[in-house]
Design a binder for this molecule. Structure first.
Ligand SMILES: [Zn+2]
Length: 432
């Protein structure tokens, strides 16, 4: 046998082995995901038959006059209230469709609808593309009161909603236990917000960090779905101050800096699991320039302008001439003391002063939070500028520390142990 033949045989054996391995991987994948969209595997949306009371209404776009829609399956549009509902089927698939508003009426692909609310329901796999991003479930369009614009709201069952959140809120290559803890915290948070704030408006959550970041199908992965499926329907509950038991706002943030914060100082609400705990876990997970962030400066006129935009009541202060700590939480950790500002005093050129919660102050100046990353910092008057130095941690610091969750998971802790550590006094229940 020549070396060429041996090589050929080896190659053939390798190819065969590769085919067996690929078949072993791809066949179960195809069975799980149930279909192909070009080269991309698309999992059909689960839970389309779950009770609508659990569905999450995500505000995707507000007050727009037009948007672009693309759906790869046939779909139908429901127009009007159920008793006199008109259902129009569309077989035109995979072609960009213009949705617009004219004289207070929404038109889909030039077809006008009479009611102020329409629902677009794609067939299997129940996915639509709005302005370039894929989302699961249905799309509701609601005409604004002035008839000039409309809101686009994604109606989505909770588990596929979470699949679009977890990968946006946490790297999907992190430990499964951390992803599972994130899934339970995110499920609890969205159902709590829905329960407490959704009834008075047409949507439950925004798709931004104002609630939790939701990127739809683009944020999904096998790891994310695994974490969602393994925690199916599980939420955190606690005893409320009034003695009842129920969901609570399971806030979480990136890197607490060594100790999580009492929610009372940041969001003004009081729940036993949100009083704050020492966190020795995030320091070894967060990058060093995140754990200790560099000094950042802002022009004083910029700071005054941003604050007045958000809080018109501050106009009576004139130019802001001094910013000083008015409240802070002091912590002693294994690697040094630190303080988180909880309240700041603003003194103005008119001689008047006012107070803001430190977290509100931070997000007024830097809504993205990418520069002024936390309120664990010192404020320095630099003449023309305000400098924020000795920064530590990222985010509001309340509830679960995400880097800390990963640190605990690396040490072998389970999702349940992570959650009971960061939300002491809470326990897990199933809602569906
Ligand atoms: Zn931490």
């Amino acid at each position: 046998m020549s070396s060429l033949t041996i090589t050929q045989l080896t190659v053939n054996r390798s190819k065969l082995l590769l085919r067996i391995i690929l078949a072993g991987i791809l066949l179960p994948c195809l069975m799980i995901f149930g279909g192909c969209k070009g080269r991309q595997l698309v999992r059909s949306t689960p839970q389309m038959d779950i009770e609508p009371r659990f569905w999450v209404r995500v505000l995707l776009v507000d007050e727009t006059r037009t948007c672009s829609l693309k759906i790869t399956s046939p779909f139908y549009v429901s127009d009007g209230v159920p008793q006199v509902q008109r259902i129009i089927h569309f077989d035109r698939v995979d072609v960009p469709i213009n949705v617009s508003i004219s004289s207070g009426k929404i038109a889909v692909a030039g077809q006008p609808f009479t009611s102020n609310e329409i629902i677009i329901s794609p067939d299997e796999p129940h996915i639509f593309n709005l302005n370039g991003d894929d989302y699961r479930g249905k799309l509701k369009l609601i005409v604004a009161a002035d008839g000039e614009s409309f809101d686009a709201i994604n109606l989505v069952p909770p588990e596929p909603y979470l699949a679009g959140v977890i990968g946006a809120e946490m790297p999907d290559y992190w430990e499964l236990a951390a992803l599972q803890a994130q899934a339970i915290a995110a499920r609890t948070y969205c159902l709590y917000i829905k329960e407490h704030f959704g009834s008075g408006r047409t949507w439950d959550v925004r798709k931004t960090a104002a609630n939790q970041v939701y990127l739809g199908v683009g944020a999904e992965s096998a790891q994310v779905w695994n974490a969602v499926n393994r925690t199916y329907g599980r939420v955190l509950v606690c005893r409320h101050p009034d003695g009842t038991e129920g969901l609570f706002p399971t806030y979480y943030s990136s890197t607490c800096g060594g100790h999580t914060e009492n929610s009372k100082h940041v969001f003004g609400d009081s729940f036993e699991p949100l009083v704050g705990v020492a966190c020795p876990y995030c320091k070894d997970v967060a990058k060093i320039d995140i754990f200790f962030w560099p000094m950042i400066q802002f022009d004083k006129t910029y700071v005054t302008t941003r604050l007045l935009q958000k809080y018109p009541k501050l106009k009576q202060l004139g130019e802001i001439t001094d910013i000083s700590p008015a409240g802070q939480s002091n912590y002693q950790t294994d690697y040094g003391k630190f303080s988180r500002l909880t309240s700041v005093k603003l003194l103005g050129s008119t001689g008047k002063s006012d107070f803001l919660r430190a977290e509100d102050f931070r997000l007024s100046i830097d809504p993205s939070g990418w520069k002024l990353r936390s309120t664990i910092c010192r404020i320095i008057n630099m003449g023309e500028k305000w400098a924020f130095s000795a920064g530590r941690g990222w985010g509001h610091g309340v509830g679960m520390c995400q880097c800390g969750a990963q640190g605990m998971a690396r040490q072998g802790k389970t999702a349940e142990q992570i959650l009971s550590y960061y939300y002491p006094g809470s326990w897990i229940e199933r809602v569906y």
